[in-house]
Design a protein around this ligand. Structure first.
Ligand SMILES: Cc1ncc(COP(=O)(O)O)c(C=O)c1O
Length: 469
């Protein structure tokens, strides 16, 4: 009988009694993995002692296999007993690029005005570590078990307090649901609304195109409603026959329009009259520069609004932390949908964030970041005024991005392509539009340095000159 043994230290499988010596099987297994790129140049192999114990072999078998592969140039051995895949291992196929980076063509541009990215180099690591250490030391064991579908009590309490204080919401911890960012939160909301009988979702035109696909996948019909200078056109929304709408009221994405008090009141009146649901994507409301903060619509109509917030703009998108305030009637279905989706968001991150918010660290971080982003915004607006005065910026009063108009002779796609050739990322408005509209560009400035911003605008001016020459 051929008996297989596999190692947990290194994925190779050996067959005893197969007629091929074990050290040869081991050599062949390691060689194959180096050749197909699964073992990368520089990767460390387990010690011969550990691998032998794991495979139930004598250590001599592993040593012999390693020595042969060293002789062939696949491995190198280092003093201290380390064995590594040789940096120039013969024939390594690089199925995964050795440095883990994207192939050259997919590298992001050197200066990238990719929208709405925060400066993750400013992530408050020390404060986060204090929170993490505290919860690891103090949290009761049961906080590491499966949690309520709405998330950890501590975080729901902390976020309800925070949002009611800062965003003027009317949240109760019982109505808070923690999710993996807006991406998951919005998908679950759309799923639950579709299951509850909603049929037609209105979205702002222009808006994020990804969400339209998500809504369609849930069986919702998606209709676009134009955004005016004071927010979504409520008259058209009324005529659209929609029974749900998604708005980015505090700072419209991508135009940056701030929804006026009148439009917010009209939206609420529409939702109440029609028993419709407003999904309020409050993605970057924490950054407001020149005007009074505008409270969330949720505070005006908690029974009609699903409010969505995210840590992606304030702390880091990689945290995958978001929160929803859900009308009471939708809470059980939302909690069940979250549990069915992933059994809940990571407990330690939730607890650490709860501690971070409760100790005022979130406020402190935002207080520190606001002037930085404001300075970047000012630098960008100044550079545009100096180098490209024809591109008029708008939507500048909040968030981490702005948009500009383009003169009629400039094609937004051609300009973005010419900029890209210069190592500059700027992004056309067109893909966000559902119906034709004037050309424009979207500039995210949150992750750039103050020096890169004018350099980027100078490159854009060169691209404009090239297109016109
Ligand atoms: C309009 C809008 N809402 C929300 C988000 C946040 O998404 P998430 O929380 O999934 O990172 C983004 C991200 O860029 C966005 O553009």
């Amino acid at each position: 009988m051929v008996e297989s043994v596999a190692s947990g230290e290194l994925l190779v499988e050996l067959r005893r009694n197969s007629g091929v010596a074990l050290h040869q099987q081991l050599q062949a297994g390691i060689r194959d993995r180096i050749r197909d790129g699964r073992l990368r140049p520089g990767a460390a192999l387990p010690s011969s002692r550990a691998l032998a114990a794991d495979l139930g072999l004598s250590r001599g078998v592993v040593v012999e296999a390693y020595q042969q592969l060293v002789a062939e140039g696949y491995l190198i051995s280092r003093t201290g007993g380390y064995t590594l895949v040789a940096p120039d291992a013969v024939g390594s196929a690089r199925a995964v690029p050795a440095d883990g980076l994207l192939p050259e063509a997919e590298q992001p541009p050197r200066i990238d005005f990719k929208y709405s990215r925060p400066d993750v180099s400013q992530f408050p690591r020390a404060a986060w570590l204090r929170s993490l250490r505290k919860v690891l030391t103090e949290a009761p064991h049961d906080r590491l078990a499966y949690l309520d579908g709405r998330g950890a009590d501590e975080l729901r309490l902390a976020m309800a307090d925070y949002l009611n204080r800062v965003r003027g919401t009317a949240a109760r911890p019982a109505n808070l649901l923690i999710c993996n960012g807006f991406a998951q939160g919005s998908r679950l909301v759309l799923q639950v609304l579709a299951a509850a009988g909603h049929r037609r979702l209105a979205v702002e035109d222009p808006s994020d195109w990804e969400l339209r696909g998500v809504a369609a996948a849930q069986g919702l019909e998606v209709v676009g409603v134009p955004v005016r200078d004071d927010g979504i056109d409520v008259g058209q929304l009324e005529r659209s026959g929609a029974d749900a709408v998604l708005v980015t009221a505090a700072h419209q994405f991508p135009t940056g329009v701030v929804t006026s008090a009148g439009v917010r009141a009209a939206l609420v009146a529409w939702a109440v009259r029609r028993d419709a649901v407003i999904i309020e994507d409050d993605y970057d409301a924490e950054y407001r520069y020149d005007r009074e903060p505008i409270g969330a619509i949720q505070g005006l109509a908690p029974d009609q609004v699903v409010y969505a917030g995210t840590a992606s703009k304030t702390l880091a998108p990689g945290l995958r932390l978001g929160w929803l305030i859900v009308p009471a009637r939708l809470v059980p279905a939302m909690a069940a949908a979250k549990l069915a989706d992933d059994r809940g968001s990571a407990a330690l991150d939730q607890l650490a964030f709860a501690d971070f918010v409760s100790r005022g660290e979130f406020d402190r971080h935002l207080r520190r970041m606001r002037p930085r982003y404001r300075e970047l915004r000012d630098t960008l607006v100044d550079a545009l005024a100096r180098e490209l005065p024809e591109l008029r910026p708008s939507g500048i009063s909040a968030g981490l991005h702005l948009t500009t108009s383009l003169p009629g002779d400039l094609d937004e796609k051609a300009l973005a392509a010419a900029a890209f050739d210069r190592g500059l990322g700027v992004y056309p408005l067109g893909p966000y539009r559902m119906t034709a509209g004037p050309p424009g560009l979207v500039f995210g400035y949150g992750s750039l340095t103050a020096a890169a911003v004018p350099e980027g605008v100078a490159l854009l001016a060169e691209a404009v000159a090239e297109l016109r020459s």
